[in-house]
Design a protein around this ligand. Sequence first.
Ligand SMILES: [Zn+2]
Length: 307
Amino acid sequence: MNDADVPAFLAAHGLPGIVDLHTHFLPEPVERKVWAYFDEAAAHYGVEWPIRYRVPVDERLAVLRGLGVRTFAPLVYPHKPGMAAWLNDWVADFAATTPGAVPTATFFPEPDAADYLAKALAAGARVAKSHVQVGRYDPRAPELDDVWGLLAEAAVPVVVHCGNGPVPGEFTGLDVFGQVLARHPRLVAVLAHAGAPDHAEALDLLARYPGVHLDTTMVGVAFNGADRRLPPDWAARLADVADRVALGTDFPNIPYDYAVQLEAIASWAAADDRLGDAFLRAVLVETPARLLALGSSAHSEHAAETS
Ligand SMILES: [Zn+2]
């Protein structure tokens, strides 16, 4: 399946539009740096990573609309201190002026983290992003204790890249993030990339903590052998947590068609009788919409109307 097939695919499954919990839009100078990093992917990740949607923002938004992505979370993340509050302001503006984009937030372990995160939540941020690998920080840092507390209290989900893929970082690993969960058991944490490559451990965290979810970003795709790293009983195990899996894609920074991700999810849905179309609808629409609290504010109604 390629992108041209997506509208027919969605129609065949009775899905008028989908919700993507994990995309990236960044201020242009930051985006340029991120893309320069992907240009050197062979050195960093041992594989070429040609970005499929390396086009101007307007064209990217048109691609999402054409694919039936009705609402999406543009996730931002800092790689150094003193950057997160600025990213939060930028993404608030971006979401306010971009149909379909919900406001998001991020943070870094630094003294004012809880202050600027509280401000972002008060301003309407629907989801936060923590990138433990790129940020190279310890999610257990004392400056983040109030941050996790605020998110848990507000029941605002946080998409956490805390797994050891594509390459391990000093503080990656689900065991490390598991300690944050032990301290903040009500946290609505979405394990980005379904915890790749430690998918079985990710599922263990879901079994232990009812607020923990998975996103599908780059999971089960052929690129870089990601499909071969899934546990053999993946679909069966998803049946136990079918309402805690949300569409994420890493659009635009993926080296393949967006459709490839949808095809992977559809293959899991088809692999177990307990999944099927209900699972597909949950992953592509219902669960990301619930996590983003769509339908509960003027903003999301606006987003739905204009996209
Ligand atoms: Zn991402």
